[in-house]
Design a binder for this molecule. Structure first.
Ligand SMILES: Cc1cc2nc3c(=O)[nH]c(=O)nc-3n(C[C@H](O)[C@H](O)[C@H](O)COP(=O)(O)OP(=O)(O)OC[C@H]3O[C@@H](n4cnc5c(N)ncnc54)[C@H](O)[C@@H]3O)c2cc1C
Length: 302
């Protein structure tokens, strides 16, 4: 959920045009849209840093551990020293439950049967609830009735037939137990327990984040958050995002030797390339000239 934001595409243009003394805020012109594309294309990043987005997120701890690696964001997280965490857990939906990939050490791939998926979800749910119940016991709260009810809902087998789920009775029965400090009691919670934070980042670093985390190589669970942020950006800064897609998400990095090979072929078809330019409306005159220069090393006329 967006809680606050600062700036817009006009603010980025204002910051960019201050370089040569211009920069009054106004409606975006065609030239301004070209300038947004130029900034993205040439990594002229600081004008893009001039806007900020602040969001409130609720996310499983294992996803938070990935997100926190993005050091250019500022965040404030709910403190499990001050408050008790809620009994809210991430249980994956059927369509994202898959075996370990044999080709990608960090990925998932293949198919599980519906029964296997059912059992996995059951196990995760039982394990999360069991850990949460122990958390409550350590805190000195009696949560077992509530847990019993919830487990009855997820598993038709009666609770008493599953002795491995029983929590150490002595702590619960001990009337003089003062309860363990929250900062220690949380240790046994499962990583799918939800945490909450307020996360603030500037737009350049948000694009960097989306580039890494909306990529198919990123884990599905963090991609969901990144894709949502991407959607927010598209509504807020559609021209910047169009350039970002053209020059980052849909772009292909070509190495020096690869480019040598490609350029040789391209140099044989100058007329075809000139014709293709007229088909591509998204590219400005300047972008066409830049591409022509890359291929032929001369200034083209378009
Ligand atoms: C698919 C995928 C797999 C990953 N797997 C692993 C893994 O197995 N293990 C693991 O530990 N991590 C892993 N990561 C995390 C990854 O290594 C980065 O920590 C994370 O993506 C954040 O990237 P970043 O540093 O560019 O972003 P940010 O921290 O947001 O920084 C943005 C940019 O600011 C600059 N910057 C920020 N801080 C500094 C600094 N202190 N010094 C210099 N420049 C700085 C850099 O240019 C940086 O690119 C993975 C990430 C992805 C996307």
């Amino acid at each position: 959920m967006v809680t606050d934001y600062m700036g817009d595409e006009a603010a980025i243009i204002e910051s960019a045009r201050i370089s040569y003394g211009g920069g009054n805020r106004r409606e975006l012109s065609k030239g301004d849209i070209g300038l947004l594309r130029y900034l993205i294309r040439h990594h002229h990043n600081t004008p893009i840093e001039s806007c900020e987005l602040k969001v409130r997120m609720e996310l499983p701890i294992f996803v938070a551990r990935q997100l926190v690696r993005h050091r250019t964001a500022s965040l404030n997280e709910v403190s499990a020293r001050y408050t008790e965490l809620q009994d809210k857990f991430y249980i994956p939906a059927d369509d994202v439950l898959q075996p370990q990939s044999q080709t990608n050490k960090q990925g998932r791939e293949g198919i599980l049967t519906p029964e296997q998926k059912h059992q996995i979800k059951l196990l995760l749910e039982i394990e999360s609830n069991r850990a949460y119940n122990n958390y409550q016991t350590l805190l000195g709260n009696n949560f077992s009735k509530e847990l019993n009810k919830r487990l009855q809902e997820v598993n038709t087998r009666p609770f008493d037939e599953r002795p491995q789920l029983k929590v150490p009775a002595s702590l619960q029965a001990d009337e003089n137990y003062p309860g363990l400090a929250r900062e220690l009691a949380r240790m046994g919670l499962t990583l799918n327990t939800y945490t909450q934070w307020i996360w603030k980042i500037d737009t350049h670093n948000l694009l960097h984040f989306i580039g890494l985390r909306s990529d198919p190589h990123a884990q599905y669970e963090i991609r969901v958050y990144s894709d949502k942020l991407c959607e927010i950006m598209q509504g807020w800064m559609p021209n910047l995002m169009s350039a970002f897609y053209d020059y980052k998400m849909d772009a292909v990095l070509v190495s020096g030797p690869e480019w040598e090979i490609l350029r040789k072929y391209l140099q044989d078809t100058p007329q075809g390339i000139a014709n293709d330019f007229s088909q591509c409306e998204r590219m400005s005159k300047r972008e066409r000239e830049e591409l022509w220069y890359k291929i032929f090393g001369t200034k083209g006329e378009f």
